[in-house]
Unconditional design. Structure first.
Length: 366
């Protein structure tokens, strides 16, 4: 890749990143078309989201939720939507005297929106609109996007705490859809991003210098870009399956002395996963960021050995930023500065290993 071509490509990525960021920050919401507004009615109190619950609440205005003795409170409303997969929640609430909310990550007070699948809430997709574990007065707007349109949803008001009360002064849920022009613009933006990411892959495939490492670099780029484009629900479905398997294994294992001796490692690993309540797929994703960007940096040190290490590190850093920004175009994916930092950890570790390798071979320079 010529120096001039490299510069043009970098400016292209920067321009595309700015365009995408400005659109999603300042333009996207103004183009949305409201489908249905303020349809939170007929709330029921239930732990299982059953439709035949006895307690009915025609309105939530000035509703005060209280709990004590560890009895969780769940109020839900079944919503018939009929179109649109984007939702905005405007809320005004006051949370007081919350206690016992740090036992689990999901404890506290929250608003959730679950798609209805086979008559029950579908939990294997992102569903939390608002979540808090501290007392305070909260006013604001939350948004959630589903990757497809469902006919009905469960909107839930959930208070998971040993003690506490929540005064819901006002909430309003609005359902949106995208117009044809907006959809075509976003499709075009995604296509431009795909072409932009395809360019370096083709370069490495056609690179005649350091062919093996060039092919490895191209393969790693493909893996990274596939990970960027995968809808978030895929990760949540895998996470749900993993959690269910772990929970089933932990709850059904035998507690005999012989079993514990024979399965000591398995027993303790499962207990650690369950007790920490960590999202297993989330850990794999974060670790994948470090490993993939570390391996990519290492392969580029070989494939582009004619370049200085700083130029390669700068290029991979730009890739880390742009891949995050490109996720703004994917439903239910978000750009995360934290993920960029995790990517750079992999780059930093690899650079230090590379320097140690060069020192060991007597090739290191200032």
């Amino acid at each position: 890749m010529k120096k001039s071509s490299c510069k043009r490509y970098v400016f292209f990525l920067i321009g595309l990143s700015i365009t995408t960021s400005v659109y999603h920050k300042f333009v996207h919401d103004d183009l949305l078309l409201p489908v249905k507004n303020n349809f939170l009615k007929n709330f029921s109190e239930s732990h299982e989201y059953e439709l035949n619950s006895l307690s009915k609440f025609p309105s939530l205005k000035e509703l005060l939720l209280k709990t004590n003795g560890g009895k969780h409170k769940v109020f839900f409303s079944k919503l018939k939507v009929g179109g649109g997969n984007l939702f905005r929640l405007d809320y005004d609430i006051q949370v007081q005297n919350l206690k016992g909310v740090t036992k689990e990550k999901w404890h506290g007070f929250r608003f959730s929106l679950y798609p209805e699948v086979k008559g029950v809430p579908f939990r294997s997709v992102p569903h939390v609109l608002f979540h808090v574990q501290q007392d305070g007065l909260y006013r604001g707007v939350s948004r959630i996007v589903f990757e497809k349109e469902y006919l009905s949803y469960f909107f839930a008001i959930e208070l998971f705490a040993d003690e506490g009360n929540v005064n819901i002064r006002n909430i309003n849920l609005t359902n949106f859809s995208k117009g044809t022009n907006q959809l075509w613009f976003e499709y075009g933006l995604v296509c431009i991003w795909c072409v932009g990411f395809l360019y370096p892959i083709l370069f490495f495939i056609n690179n005649k210098i350091n062919k093996r490492w060039s092919n490895i670099s191209a393969g790693l780029l493909v893996i990274i870009l596939v990970g960027v484009m995968v809808p978030n629900s895929s990760f949540h479905i895998i996470d749900e399956i993993t959690r269910n398997l772990v929970h089933k294994e932990v709850s059904t294992r035998k507690h005999t002395e012989s079993y514990r001796k024979e399965n000591f490692l398995k027993e303790n690993l499962l207990s650690i996963v369950k007790d920490l309540n960590l999202p297993s797929v989330g850990i794999i994703k974060k670790g994948g960021h470090i490993v993939l960007f570390g391996l990519l940096t290492w392969s580029l040190f070989h494939a582009l050995s004619q370049l200085k290490p700083f130029a390669i590190i700068l290029s991979v850093s730009i890739l880390a930023v742009t891949t995050e920004i490109s996720q703004l175009n994917i439903l239910s994916r978000t750009a995360s500065l934290g993920d960029v930092g995790i990517d750079l950890i992999g780059v930093f570790i690899t650079y230090n290993l590379w320097v140690l390798k060069q020192i060991g071979q007597g090739k290191a320079s200032d």
